[in-house]
Ligand binder design. Structure first.
Ligand SMILES: Nc1ncnc2c1ncn2[C@@H]1O[C@H](COP(=O)(O)OP(=O)(O)OP(=O)(O)O)[C@@H](O)[C@H]1O
Ligand SMILES: [Mg+2]
Length: 269
């Protein structure tokens, strides 16, 4: 799992699944992220919170290898991926599954075709029939029985999320990254999606990184949460430490997010 190269830093441990090490990202003169240090622990759920424009999506794009940092290193499974070229980078990217905001399904394709998409692209060794079998097995595992011939418009919001998740899981990633998984869902469906994120982490043995505006969700699923403000990690800790701990910045952020602090307290208890 971890092939320790001679230049691996002392602090890098096998349980550090993905590490952002002194990351700065600038577009021209605009610094979007600065000096980000996050060690994503294997098999845990990390939640990134922060206001609009704080740099959350940029951080996610760096994490899954869609962009390179301006300064710093990103370590995945003990390997520094920052110097890698396109071919090696593509291989690393396959270790990440991405669940997009609003599921991002193609409305003109059936559920089967939506989920089979990445398999058809990356697994040329599989026959049409094998691909279909894999997709249907995954859909069944996620509680979507006999839905493969449905169109996305025929599904509920929660079912669409499951289809998006099925698609992200097809290449058997070890890290699942979710962008705003509960946005646009009612509270009950949000809670179901939170349960799904946790079940998936357990069943598929993945590490989860979640971007969220939803504090209740953050409290339910995060082992560790990171508050991004203007491209910097302003506070980090358990959700309870962020809401009720020493950092006035994070206490204010959460108190002003519109969620009831009493409700958050109940989730912690
Ligand atoms: N390709 C780019 N070129 C220049 N600036 C960019 C680029 N991508 C992002 N930015 C800037 O970086 C900042 C952070 O953007 P980012 O999309 O990461 O924010 P965010 O935290 O995801 O916000 P939101 O919650 O609204 O999605 C913004 O000010 C944005 O304008
Ligand atoms: Mg964003």
């Amino acid at each position: 799992m971890m092939n320790r190269a001679p230049d691996t830093p002392e602090w890098l441990l096998p349980e550090h699944h993905v590490v952002l090490d002194g990351i700065t990202k600038a577009y021209g003169k605009t610094v979007v992220l600065s000096d980000i240090n996050i060690r994503f622990q294997r098999h845990q759920t990390a939640v990134i919170i922060g206001g609009s424009g704080a740099g959350k999506t940029t951080l996610l794009r760096l994490l899954i290898g869609l962009e390179k940092p301006t300064v710093g290193h990103i370590w995945v499974d003990g390997q520094d991926i920052t110097p890698l070229g396109d071919y090696a980078m593509n291989k690393v990217r396959q270790r990440f599954g991405m669940v997009f905001q609003y599921a991002a399904l193609l409305d003109s394709l059936t559920v089967l075709d939506n989920v089979a998409f990445t398999l058809r692209e990356h697994r040329k060794d599989l026959s049409k029939r094998q691909i279909k079998e894999k997709v249907v097995t995954m859909l069944n595992q996620l509680g979507l029985v006999d839905k493969e011939h449905h169109m996305p418009s025929e599904l509920s919001g929660g079912q669409r999320k499951r289809v998006g998740l099925a698609r992200a899981l097809m290449l058997e990633p070890s890290v699942l990254v979710y962008d705003e998984p509960t946005s646009g869902l009612d509270p009950n469906t949000s809670r179901m999606v939170d349960d799904l994120i946790e079940e998936t982490r357990d069943r598929f043995n993945v590490t989860s990184v979640v971007i969220s505006h939803d504090m209740a969700s953050c409290f339910r699923i995060a082992h560790r949460a990171y508050l991004l403000i203007e491209g910097k990690v302003a506070a980090e800790g358990t959700p309870a430490e962020l809401a009720f701990g020493d950092s006035a910045i994070s206490r204010d952020f959460i108190a002003n997010s519109g969620v009831s602090l009493d409700m958050l307290k109940r989730i912690v208890d």
